[in-house]
Design a protein around this ligand. Structure first.
Ligand SMILES: Cc1cc2nc3c(=O)[nH]c(=O)nc-3n(C[C@H](O)[C@H](O)[C@H](O)COP(=O)(O)OP(=O)(O)OC[C@H]3O[C@@H](n4cnc5c(N)ncnc54)[C@H](O)[C@@H]3O)c2cc1C
Length: 422
């Protein structure tokens, strides 16, 4: 095998994607620096999410029926979706592109790559779990899609059939079979689909352990470094500058700044359509009765994940700009749905818990942006993962390292190009 040339790489953003990119780049022998605007890595969207690793999520966000549901939900304050009607051109242009993607053809053409990305990432998580590099708990109990209505049952049955067709095990369970999987808590459902190969982690535990490992391997992590501008000559990025005027030069740059990645491109000859999809979670400590298998409530669009002694409950997708403000009605909506599925869980007390909010980096077609920018060949996009950034963190990192090291990418990148809208 030809030896890869060692390069100096600067990664913008120390979320799960930036950290995973640093891991595989370092493994390939590159000299890596992460610039992170917060005082700690893994604190933005990568912190309070549901931690699910989801080969089951092979259907992109932009799919038929989503727009009709979205419009219905817009008029209900406690619903899982909202949008702030505005004349903001970024939002209008994004919505138009989303609308153009929400069709069967797009679902068919995206299912393969989403499945491959998620399955490969799951294998990489399993490798992490087996290696001595980082210590974290890797839950391998699958994911339960739980439903209470005939309509959701029908939708989930169709998805499960599609899953089986593309090689993802999806076991259809009746109410009794769901209950047998969860002897520790009463489950009140019509049925569910068990995606056996899905998995879960505690994202903070994973990011913290990865950060420690990276530091031990000589990766430089600079906190409190907010990247403001890129300096370029004839399309070649030469350096970037942080808020305090520090310049960082490198051979290649990786853009992994989550929901803020697109704003960083202003002033360059590149753009990626992306908006922030805000979601919330609460983390409930020491529940006497709690599920052991992660679940998604299909009607309420709420995700529930056991994380050690805690249970994390999260949801909503708010297209209301890049802010972290909490809308209490949305959190109420999430918590209200719990007794419909787990009737004995004391959801009433959860309203007093601190609420976390995070901004998902959402592309209009539901596919991430991974690849070199056409007009800035030494800058690589690693963002736009929406509801799957944890799940796709390792595979994204691996692909970034493949690109930088000049290897044949582990998966085809054409559909993920950051220039696909240009
Ligand atoms: C409620 C909820 C539940 C979710 N559940 C799941 C789940 O179960 N499974 C899953 O796979 N995904 C889930 N997600 C999505 C997932 O959390 C995100 O896709 C993922 O965290 C994105 O990772 P990232 O590294 O791209 O972005 P981030 O974690 O946001 O990291 C980007 C980093 O860049 C830094 N940054 C930004 N601008 C700059 C700058 N100018 N200079 C320097 N640094 C900068 C930020 O501070 C941040 O640390 C969920 C999201 C939400 C909101």
């Amino acid at each position: 095998m030809p030896e890869t040339i060692q390069k100096k790489i600067v990664i913008v953003g120390g979320g799960i994607v930036g950290l995973c990119a640093a891991y595989y780049l370092r493994q390939d022998g590159h000299q890596v620096t992460i610039l992170e605007k917060e005082e700690k890595t893994g604190q933005a969207c990568s912190a309070g999410n549901a931690g699910m690793i989801v080969p089951s999520h092979f259907i992109p966000l932009a799919a038929p029926g989503v727009i009709a549901k979205g419009i219905k939900w817009m008029f209900s304050p406690e619903s899982p979706f909202s949008i702030k009607p505005s004349l903001d051109s970024e939002l209008i242009s994004w919505l138009w592109k989303f609308y153009r993607s929400a069709n069967d053809g797009h679902v068919r053409s995206s299912a393969g790559i989403l499945k491959d990305l998620n399955l490969m990432s799951r294998s990489l998580f399993a490798e992490f779990a087996q290696s001595d590099d980082i210590d974290f708990s890797f839950g391998e109990k699958g994911l339960l899609m739980l439903y209470n209505t005939a309509k959701a049952q029908q939708e989930e049955t169709e998805t499960a059939k599609m899953a089986e067709k593309i090689g993802i095990q999806a076991d259809m369970l009746d109410a009794k079979q769901v209950q047998e999987l969860e002897p520790g808590i009463k489950v009140n459902v019509r049925g569910g689909v068990h995606y056996v190969k899905d998995a879960h982690i505690d994202p903070v535990e994973f990011c913290d352990a990865l950060e420690d490992f990276l530091k031990s391997k000589g990766v430089e992590i600079v906190n409190g470094a907010e990247v403001k501008t890129f300096g370029q000559v004839n399309g070649q990025i030469k350096h970037l500058t942080t808020q305090n005027g520090e310049r960082h030069e490198a051979d290649e740059f990786v853009l992994a700044a989550g929901a803020f990645s697109t704003t960083l491109l202003q002033g360059l000859n590149a753009s990626i359509p992306m908006i922030a999809g805000k979601g919330y979670s609460v983390t409930v400590p020491n529940l006497e009765q709690r599920p052991s298998v992660p679940s998604i409530f299909c009607e309420a669009k709420v995700a529930v994940t056991p994380m050690g002694d805690n249970l994390r409950i999260g949801g909503t997708m708010e297209l209301t700009g890049r802010n972290l403000s909490v809308r209490k009605a949305k959190v109420r909506g999430i918590l209200k749905s719990i007794p419909d599925y787990y009737p004995d869980m004391p959801a009433g007390n959860m309203g007093k818990l601190p609420v976390w909010s995070g901004l998902r980096p959402c592309s209009p077609d539901g596919l991430p942006y991974i690849g070199r920018f056409q007009n800035h060949q030494n800058m690589i996009a690693a963002t736009g993962h929406a509801m799957m950034g944890v799940s796709l963190g390792p595979v994204t990192g691996k692909l970034v390292a493949d690109i930088v090291s000049g290897k044949e990418p582990s998966l085809p990148l054409a559909q993920l190009s950051p220039d696909r809208y240009n």
